[in-house]
Ligand binder design. Sequence first.
Ligand code: ADP
Ligand code: MG
Length: 695
Amino acid sequence: MRPQILFPLFAEVSSLKGVGPKILPLVQKLAGPLVRDLLFLSPSGLIVRRPMTAANAVEGQVGIFEVVIDRLIVPGKPGVPIKVRASDDTGFVHMIWFGGSAQHIDRLLPRGQKRLVTGKVERYLAEVQIVHPDIYTPEQAGEIAAIEPVYPATQGLSSRVVRKLVQTALTHAPELPEWQDPAWMARNRWPGWRAALETLHAPTCEPELEPDAPARQRLAYDELLAHQLALARRRRARQITPGPRITPGEASAHLLAALPFDLTGAQVQAVAEIRRDLASGEQMGRLLQGDVGSGKTAVAALSLGDTAASGFQAALMAPTEILARQHWQRLAPMLEAAGVPTILLTGRDTPGERRARLAALASGEARVAIGTHALFQDAVRFDRLALAVIDEQHRFGVNERQRLQAKGDPRTGGVHLLTMSATPIPRTLELTQYGELEVSRLTEKPPGRTPVTTAVLPLARIGEVAKRLKAAIDSGAQAYWICPLVAESEAIDLAAAEARAADLRRILKVEVGLAHGQMPGPEREAVMADFADGRIPLLVATTVVEVGVDVPNATIMVIEHADRFGLAQLHQLRGRVGRGAKASACILLYGGGDDGLGETARLRLETLRRTEDGFEIAEEDFRLRGGGDPLGLKQSGFPAYRFADPIRHRSLLLAAADDARLVLGRDPDLTSPRGEAVQVLEALFDWRNDRPGID
Ligand code: ADP
Ligand code: MG
């Protein structure tokens, strides 16, 4: 229920004076449907108007001129602007209109009259000129704002109109109870909410537009806190859902013994964290973050084993057929040997296989199911599903994950969730994207890996690269060759990849596979499988190289137009090699013609050359990209904040996450005075209801 005090803010913008039917859709599109949304539209700039004369006018600045109108010059030809000449004691001021009615302008500017004209000063043949000036009579002088915020505008809705509407909206903004901790507010010297909003809309100088201006900080913090509260609530809701109690048993010990290696320290710790959750009696929600090749599968396998050992069923879901099959080939023998019946479920099972496997799951005879999207289809029933493991979680939608989780038995409690991601993300992003999940990180690679040697070369040296590649393949190596999306059209990209494959076939005289996004899934997976099994030595691919597929014999990765990839993506691609004991190489080719490499691009590629630590690369990428939309996250479910910038407000974000936990920890039902104010904050931002992007 929305607190009554917020009603004026949640009124439709159409209820505001000045929002007629003509501009209503424009306002809705620009700001949003509610009065609140107009208030949450931040000015993006500032106009400072200075009194000037024709003699001392400063080009590029906005001047206010007190002039007498001399004459109207109406063009004889179309396309020539209408001009009005005016003057003060020091010289002429020309006003220019492109289009518009000469009659109307004539009426506004009667000859011999005094007017105040304002606009950006230009000089044309040494004379002062203002294009599309604003005009005031001497009596209206008081209306000219010396300083005026600039708002985002659209065709038909000028910044000026937006400003007026925002000012009207401000008169509807109530004082709200203070939800911030008083000591924290005092320390930051932040204004109250309403005062902050007023300051936001009445900047007096450029620094007040910066993200670290106190009013902007305050509003950003409000937003971050509201978001973190929403995430913390979800976390709490999960924690109070009972989950089946799972403890390691005999099968777990067998499985551990059957692994062909000792766990790394990071794996041991992740396993311990997961076991603590699984045994707690509360539903687990955990993200296992680990760079490509860090050994997430083994951690998942032990959780599958624990679940089976406790008499429950577990599912491991992977985004592609080939990946599911690879997991099954590796894990099923070990699980079976440990006494855990395991089945594979994909979209390509024959009807007979499928029937038998579904029956084994429904009866509880099969304890572990490994599969693709096939796992969450309606026909699939479990006897007592207790754990869902999602590999490469970003490849699944929230709904898909939930559909699998929904296959649990309410009598045994909520299905534990373990999601796995090979994209190391900075802690900041972790908080905004996965704030409701606990996180385990595999920060250490299994031993015995030889570091990948990374070289950055101009495309012009492709001939050399091909020669070296030929030698390596002749001595038994396998290689990937990645062609990125370069052109606007996929067809052109595809043609480029096909041409490259043909070139390489001709020059290297070896078999070259081609995998791209336009291929039918089964066909693509067949090529991938041929490569994985060593039947093809060289695979040319657009960016579809299946994340997660493990081809230890592949030791060379060539990436064309590396400068067009994100750093994280390059790192992921490089992670395809260096998985075996043999020395591996990654060659980053940049540029098409002789165009050099920009400074940022150079720094980015240099980062890759310097380190193989995915977390370090992620932080660096984050830093190099700076503000705006880092990592293109807005499209990938990153929450669309109105005030907060996760990079510029990084420390506020960290503080908000702590604050949210603290508030809900102390006062879970939010009944204290601060708690009640916090409820108003939550309702004000409404994270739970109107942001489909977050999860
Ligand atoms: P990812 O985290 O990318 O899913 P995988 O689980 O596929 O990584 O593991 C990558 C490779 O490392 C596999 O071949 C796996 O057998 C091996 N591996 C995993 N853990 C260890 C370990 N502790 N010691 C040695 N090799 C390991
Ligand atoms: Mg994996």
